[in-house]
Design a protein around this ligand. Structure first.
Ligand SMILES: O=P(O)(O)OP(=O)(O)OP(=O)(O)OC[C@H]1O[C@@H](n2cnc3c(O)ncnc32)[C@H](O)[C@@H]1O
Ligand SMILES: [Ca+2]
Length: 500
């Protein structure tokens, strides 16, 4: 036998049946993998939508959420698609012209109509939740608050969505749903990891919510959830009048009281406002709220001069007085006779916590003492210098950052009893994975039952892992076949000779 013939015998690929068998097996495996890929491939994503209106005391925002239609119950799937800020003040400011409350929503709702695909409109739920501004209006004038709610309801019902109601949510709901939002977006439920507490500072109220290390002594502050197979016992409290706008009124009232009955020009020398700040304000404009005592008749038409002196230490001392710590009927309290267990774990602080600390450039790297130093420097800066430096910032915000920043530090330290270590565990946040931190997402997830009480069965392998495993196995099988053919078709010396 010549050399070429011998090569043919030794090389298994020159045996057609081996070649065909191998090619057949390889083709079968490729087809299997292809079928697996096609069968398991997520269908082209179809989205569903939900709309929540956050009717806050200072403004209204319209949030559009979206999630893949096939995966409603997979936690972590709902994302914010769009946020629209309604022009003008919060709906409670329309108490004397309620029809304008509904009208104010038009621009953002028209936007939502354009953003959400038409065929999804009828199944898209719309919820409106009003917070502390409307709570205060209800306390002041129940009829007016009903008129405002009727007005926004009428406006929302004109849209092609599935209207689900407009209501004033409770402080507990506001706190608990803020906590759900933050932990849902951080995927803490799905991963069963430690949860983070939620701190929300609005214009009229402020909320604190966390999983406490001890029993909650007052039923008002306790709320339970079963989410994704785990039980959560939360502590939550909402302090009405302790949002940053209303607490400023409380503070100014305390500052002004010694002079309150004077009929001549009253000058308020304020350590929380900048040197050079000198503005005439009416009593009516500052004290028009159920959070402060009724104005006397003589005060109603009167003005006072609000004069800044920029003294951070005095400001800090004066702010502490808005927290009443003289009485506590429980084993421990935050302030105003409200039970609070010791804070524990990490916290996400959003809304005005973020706006204020972001402006002041206070980052998570700053210690509590460093944050106080930053505030001290800001508070003592002359008003004229600040206005020059921050021409684009709204003057009202600019003037109030010293007060608001000092209040935030005091609320955490003197109010909630945060230690320097708890401060280190606190992050000022606006968004998590591009969705805003706030109560709205948690509210919608709860009302649409989108976080199941029990964890759904999960596939042993995720899709990507399954495909990779199939490919590796196919490759190994092919290699084994080829090696097998080569090995079994190459007999050793003498036997080989015999065959020839
Ligand atoms: O929760 P409630 O109490 O109903 O109030 P809200 O929902 O209207 O309150 P926000 O969180 O929207 O805002 C909190 C406060 O921060 C103010 N604010 C908004 N943007 C700000 C910014 O950029 N700098 C400083 N303050 C800001 C706003 O006027 C409020 O007084
Ligand atoms: Ca709010």
């Amino acid at each position: 036998m010549d050399e070429q013939q011998e090569m043919k015998v030794k090389n298994p690929w020159h045996r057609p049946h081996i070649f065909l068998a191998t090619a057949g097996i390889a083709a079968a495996i490729i087809i299997m993998v292809a079928i697996a890929v096609v069968q398991n491939k997520p269908l082209q994503q179809k989205y569903k939508y939900g709309i929540v209106l956050d009717a806050g005391s200072s403004h209204t925002s319209v949030y559009i959420y979206e999630w893949p239609a096939e995966k409603e119950n997979n936690t972590g799937m709902v994302k914010q698609k769009q946020a629209c800020s309604v022009k003008g003040p919060g709906i409670s400011s329309y108490s004397k012209t309620p029809e304008k409350a509904g009208e104010s929503l038009k621009e953002c709702m028209d936007n939502a109509t354009k953003t959400i695909p038409k065929h999804r409109h009828p199944e898209t739920p719309v919820y409106l939740g009003a917070t502390a501004g409307m709570r205060l209006l209800k306390m002041e004038n129940d009829v007016d608050s009903k008129k405002v709610l009727a007005s926004v309801e009428k406006s929302l019902q004109t849209y092609p969505f599935s209207y689900q109601g407009a209501r004033i949510i409770t402080g507990q709901e506001e706190g608990a749903f803020g906590w759900i939002t933050v932990n849902y977006l951080s995927e803490n439920f799905r991963k069963a990891s430690r949860t983070v507490g939620a701190l929300d500072l609005g214009g009229a109220s402020t909320q604190i919510t966390f999983v406490p290390g001890q029993q909650v002594e007052s039923s008002d502050n306790s709320i339970d959830f079963r989410l994704y197979g785990n039980d959560y016992h939360l502590y939550t409290h909402s302090f009405l009048c302790y949002g940053k706008d209303q607490v400023l009124k409380l503070y100014l009232e305390q500052q002004i009281q010694p002079n309150a009955d004077m009929t001549d020009n009253i000058i308020l020398e304020d350590p929380c406002f900048h040197p050079g700040y000198n503005i005439i304000k009416s009593f009516q404009s500052v004290f028009d709220s159920p959070c402060v005592k009724n104005l006397t008749n003589s005060q109603k038409g009167q003005n006072f001069t609000h004069r800044g002196i920029g003294n951070w230490n005095k400001c800090n001392q004066a702010i502490k007085e808005v927290f009443n710590t003289s009485h506590c009927r429980y084993s421990r309290c935050s302030f105003n006779d409200v039970f609070q267990p010791p804070v524990t774990g990490r916290f996400g602080a959003f809304s005005a916590y973020f706006f204020v600390m972001d402006f002041l450039n206070v980052t998570p790297d700053h210690s509590l003492d460093e944050a106080k130093k930053i505030l001290e420097a800001y508070c003592t800066t002359p008003w004229g210098t600040l206005k020059q430096k921050h021409r684009k910032v709204k003057e009202k915000y600019l003037a109030e950052y010293c007060f608001s920043g000092t209040y935030i530090v005091s609320l955490l330290e003197d109010g909630y009893k945060f230690t320097t270590n708890d401060w280190k565990n606190t992050e000022f946040i606006k968004t998590i994975k591009n969705s805003e931190a706030g109560w709205t997402l948690g509210y919608m997830l709860n009302l649409t039952n989108m976080i199941p009480a029990e964890a759904p069965d999960t596939p042993l392998l995720p899709y990507g892992g399954y495909v990779s495993l199939m490919l590796v196995l196919s490759f190994l099988i092919i290699v084994c076949i080829i090696l097998g053919c080569i090995f079994f078709r190459r007999p050793s010396g003498p036997a080989h000779k015999e065959i020839i």
